[in-house]
Design a protein around this ligand. Structure first.
Ligand SMILES: [Zn+2]
Length: 214
């Protein structure tokens, strides 16, 4: 249980240091409730923690994490879809101003999508989930037929961000808010190996520091 003890020790350090320093903030958040401006849809990957990467304070990011940071279409058969429930809560109730689909390199979920149906039952939940983006995979295989598998996965990671942005617009209440300027959606991509954070602008991914954000 040594590995769990590490978490308890980490929590104790957090309580003594971070929580102590941010006590007023926690009190305020407790009293007033949360009012984050950002919904982040990111992957479960343990290496990609949006709050850590973007150095945010408690209460700033409303985050839903799923395998491969995918947004299903609004009328998908998956009615019991926790991602869409989180999107609904963030947009309709918290009234976030921005949605960021936060993808990353070396994504195991995208690799599972690109590999396709797995013969054993170790992917019984993963395969049907990532197959929601089967059409993206097919497009990648067509457009990048001669590329290595790893390169195809990398293209697919970015293409799935774009597809998720398109899927967000299938929610009428998101489309409406985007049209009225009350909501903006963004596609970002974190490169684990370099630490670079890229944002999609005019069809390409560029360093976030170069994005036109005004
Ligand atoms: Zn991932």
């Amino acid at each position: 249980m040594k590995e769990v003890k590490k978490l308890v020790e980490g929590y104790e350090r957090f309580l003594d240091q971070d929580f102590e320093k941010q006590k007023d903030l926690y009190q305020k958040l407790s009293k007033d409730g949360q009012s984050p401006q950002f919904l982040v849809i990111s992957c479960c990957d343990s290496r990609v923690d949006p709050a850590h990467i973007m150095n945010t304070a408690p209460g700033e990011l409303f985050i839903v994490r799923n395998i491969a940071n995918l947004v299903p279409v609004s009328n998908s058969d998956e009615n019991l879809n926790c991602t869409n429930a989180a999107i609904e809560f963030a947009v309709k109730h918290l009234k976030v101003k921005h949605i960021i689909v936060f993808g990353h390199s070396q994504c195991g979920g995208i690799k599972a999508l690109m590999e396709g149906n797995h013969p054993n039952d170790n992917y019984s939940f993963i395969d049907p989930w990532v197959e929601l983006f089967e059409s993206v995979k097919e497009k990648i295989l067509e457009e990048h037929e001669k590329k290595s598998f790893n390169e195809q996965c990398s293209y697919c990671e970015r293409a799935c961000i774009e597809a998720s942005l398109n899927n967000l617009m299938t929610f009428p209440w998101i489309k409406e808010k985007c049209n009225s300027g009350d909501l903006a959606i963004h596609g970002w991509y974190f490169e684990i190996e370099t630490g670079r954070l890229l944002g999609k602008e005019n069809g390409e991914f560029i360093p976030v520091s170069k994005l036109k954000l005004n």
